[in-house]
Design a protein around this ligand. Sequence first.
Ligand SMILES: [Mg+2]
Length: 209
Amino acid sequence: MVFLIDFDNTLSNNDDLKDELKDALDSVLGKEETQQFWLFHDEFRGHEKLVEFPFIIRDYCKKVYTETWETKLTEIFNNIKVKDCLYTKAVEVLTHLKSLGKVYIFTEGDLDFQKAKVNKSGLEKYVDGVYVFDYKMEKFKYIIDLLNDKITIYIDDKTYNLEQAKEAVPTVKTVWVRQGYYKDVLAINPDNIDKIVNSLDELLTHDFS
Ligand SMILES: [Mg+2]
């Protein structure tokens, strides 16, 4: 068996992570400058379509720290305490899955931010690998072909991703972890979801055979 498991809102709680990100901004930029950042943030959100947090922070750093923006950005990302944002059973679940087969974290987002996040989560040592893409579902079939295993189980909190996975590779088994922000976004075609669990913890007792 091979498990692909999502990171945001599946292994880590993104609301907590946003709070940590705000704290990181405070500690790196200082209270006064953080206020400037929030003004920039609000203005940015008014104009741009892409409103992802890491992207706004990157843009802010580029504008204010023209020469040293990369260092500043890294400093902010490095100050986020990702470990505190993991769901309590995250390590236990990964260890359990690992006893059943190979396990890969399969995640997406701003590449630098996402890599830093997974790295700081400390979860890498519990899995066989980590795949990070800008848009992961575009690479789903490629990854499945690469892993070349008989049974692949894909675990995610977004039905949208699970449906795309099933459409790309019909033999994949999909598990919806119905928690966090997307827990009420139902699948368009319920047949695309093989199993629903109401929290990450439930994977500990689920019979995958
Ligand atoms: Mg997710």
